[in-house]
Design a protein around this ligand. Structure first.
Ligand code: ATP
Ligand code: LTN
Length: 218
């Protein structure tokens, strides 16, 4: 019998921290034997904020190595780089054409990250959740294990799937599988060490705000 499917990813925006481990990877490792897992390096999401190309390529490889070091077994799970599969961007475009703009303008992460970019905020930052919906719906994922900060994006993914099914599905024959979020209570939101009101984040300019999992023991 085939196993239910899980899909998840981490952006290649820097070194993995304790929040990424407790909110995401630790759960993937546990779920690996019960699910058909598709786990990827989200490099197209990383470029929604400015990136140096050389560092981005290094971060992508480093993140893949970190997945494996944390216990993701490439024999058991499928690990891949998002940008190597053009279907992610292609499906995102189709979804762009049916997603109301005001669904995206409501996204908390967009509002927070847009403030940091000032005048230079790119369209990609607004469109980020549509690409995420394409990542998930392309694989017919049953469940998506993520941290608390991604809950709103997963609700949007479900709304996009529902809209496609209403518009293009036939009675009782859906086009897209509507996925369930999988957010553990413990470790779903690890806070920054320098500002207890914000979550720990790879792209926080202060290294003191986080514990990277590649930090030496001292
Ligand atoms: P960036 O700072 O570049 O936005 P990030 O550190 O927020 O990156 P993501 O790549 O956006 O990390 O997230 C990867 C996974 O880790 C997601 O499942 C996300 O929900 C989870 N995650 C991120 N930060 C935390 C946190 N502080 N606590 C728990 N889970 C987290
Ligand atoms: N936006 C996610 C990374 C990500 C993702 C996905 C997670 C991109 N596509 C699909 C789960 C499923 C984040 O964690 N910031």
């Amino acid at each position: 019998m085939s196993q239910p499917r899980i899909l998840s990813g981490i952006q290649t925006t820097g070194n993995m921290h304790l929040g990424n481990y407790l909110g995401a990877i630790r759960n993937w490792v546990e779920l690996q034997s019960q699910y058909d897992c598709f786990l990827f390096m989200a490099d197209l999401h990383a470029i929604t904020v400015p990136q140096d190309p050389k560092t981005l390529a290094e971060n992508t490889l480093k993140l893949a190595a970190t997945y494996i070091a944390c216990g993701i077994d490439p024999e058991q799970s499928t690990i891949f780089v998002q940008s190597q599969l053009p279907e992610h961007s292609e499906l995102a475009w189709l979804f762009n054409c049916i997603t109301p703009l005001n669904w995206l303008e409501r996204m908390i992460q967009f509002k927070e990250k847009a403030v940091k970019q000032g005048e230079n905020v790119g369209v990609g930052l607004l469109d980020y959740p549509v690409l995420m919906a394409a990542d998930i719906l392309l694989y017919d994922a049953d469940k998506v294990p993520v941290g608390e900060d991604q809950k709103q994006h997963l609700e949007l993914t479900r709304d996009i799937a529902g809209r496609v099914n209403d518009k293009f599905g036939k009675k009782k024959r859906y086009v897209l599988k509507v996925p369930e979020p999988m957010i553990r209570k413990e470790g779903a939101r690890i806070m920054s060490l320098t500002d207890g009101t914000k979550k720990m984040s790879k792209s926080d300019p202060s290294e003191l705000s986080r514990i990277d999992i590649l930090d030496p023991p001292d």
